[in-house]
Design a protein around this ligand. Sequence first.
Ligand SMILES: *[C@@H]1O[C@H](CO)[C@@H](O)[C@H](O)[C@H]1NC(C)=O
Ligand SMILES: *[C@@H]1O[C@H](CO)[C@@H](O)[C@H](O)[C@H]1NC(C)=O
Ligand SMILES: *[C@@H]1O[C@H](CO)[C@@H](O)[C@H](O)[C@H]1NC(C)=O
Length: 244
Amino acid sequence: MQKTPHPKSTPTSPHPLPLTHLFISLLTPLSSSDPTFVSPKIKKPFTQTPPPTMSTKLLLTLILISYTLSNVIGEETGFVGTLHPKSLGLHKKQTLSHFKFYWHDIVSSGANSTSATIIPPLPKYNTTTSFGMVNVMDNPLTLGPELGSKLVGRAEGFYALTSQSQINLLMVMNFALFEGKYNGSTITIVGRNAVSENEKDIPVVGGSGVFKFAKGYAHAKTYFFDPKTGDATTEYNIYVLHYE
Ligand SMILES: *[C@@H]1O[C@H](CO)[C@@H](O)[C@H](O)[C@H]1NC(C)=O
Ligand SMILES: *[C@@H]1O[C@H](CO)[C@@H](O)[C@H](O)[C@H]1NC(C)=O
Ligand SMILES: *[C@@H]1O[C@H](CO)[C@@H](O)[C@H](O)[C@H]1NC(C)=O
C-alpha cells in the first residue's frame, strides 16, 4: 500500500508546515489545509481582507448558512414550507413491526362474495391470462387460516390482471386494521403479484394513523386456492417500518 503524502508536507513545498499545524488541520474537519484558517487570525473582523483560499470556503459556508436560514424562516406564502422532521415525530426511533394474518378472496358466494369482478377480461386479447380484468374487494383479514377465526382487519382495494403472457395481478390494497393501537390505521400496498409463484413480495408504499411514513413489504404466500371457483386464502406477513 502506498501512502499519499500530505500536499503541504511534500519536500517541494516552499514553506513546510510545522507538525502542530498539520495535526490541527487533520483533526479539524472544517479547517482548510491552509493553516491560517485555524489560526487566531480568523477571529479578527471580516473587514480585513482574508487570504484568497479562505474567502472561497467562507463564501461557501455563508451560502450554506443563508440557504438553511431561508428554508427555516422563509417561505411564508402558505403554499409550501419546510418543517423540522421532529414536528411530525420523525426523530423517534423507527419500529419494525411484523403482522401476520390470512386474506380471504371469496368470489364464488354470490351476494356473500367479498371480491367482485367489475371489469371482465377483454375478449380481444388472449383470454387465458384474463388481461384487463379488474376485481374490487373488501376481504376479511383473519388471525388464523379459517374464515371463522378472529377478524383483525379488512383488505379494501382492487386487483387488475396486467399481463398478456402470464396470470399476473397489480394489487392495490389498504389493510385497515382493527386491533388495539392499530385500530383505524391502514397499511397500503401496491405491487405485482405473479399468481404462478407461490410466494411473492409486494411493497408497502405507506399508511395512515400509526403507519404514517411507513415503508416495508408484504410477503404473500398461497394457503389455499380453488382454480374452479377462484376462491383463495393467502397468508400475509407484513414487515413495516413506522414511527409510532
Ligand atoms: C350467504 O350467507 C348466508 C348466511 O350465512 C347464507 O344463508 C346464504 O346461503 C349465503 N348465500 C350464498 C349465495 O352463498
Ligand atoms: C395465451 O396465453 C397462454 C398462456 O401464457 C399461452 O400459452 C398461449 O400461447 C397464448 N396464446 C396466444 C394466441 O398468444
Ligand atoms: C375499533 O374502533 C372502532 C371505531 O372507533 C370501534 O367501534 C371498535 O370497537 C374498535 N375495535 C377494537 C377491536 O378495538
